[in-house]
Ligand binder design. Structure first.
Ligand SMILES: [Zn+2]
Length: 107
């Protein structure tokens, strides 16, 4: 009986110790909950958008014909880095002139 009681006491002590660690560890590691060099998400998104320095997209968008011309002019650009080519590509996809490779197997 004393051995079982000792085992239960040790288990209770270990569980209590782990509970204290889980409860207090976050406040010990990061008391404020925010990193010192945190940057708001909006600022990051703005910075990433402004890094599309290859070619900027027009605010009014492209006609389908303009989008075709833009795709031909921007052969060396990628839609990942070029806002103009990305807008032209999106215009052509939305007009049904281009079917993205990821959707081809469905149709
Ligand atoms: Zn470009």
């Amino acid at each position: 009986m004393p051995a079982e009681l000792m085992t239960l006491t040790v288990i209770a002590a270990v569980v209590a110790g782990m509970g204290l660690i889980v409860y207090f560890l976050p406040s010990i590691i990061d008391p404020d909950g925010t990193p010192e060099s945190s940057v708001p998400a909006g600022e990051i998104l703005h910075r990433v958008a402004s890094e599309d320095t290859c070619h900027h997209a027009p605010e009014i968008g492209y006609t389908v014909d303009d989008a075709h011309a833009m795709m031909r002019e921007r052969l060396d650009c990628t839609i990942d880095r070029c806002a103009a080519k990305r807008m032209a590509y999106t215009t052509l996809v939305e007009s049904g002139r281009i079917v993205p490779a990821s959707e081809r197997h469905v149709r």
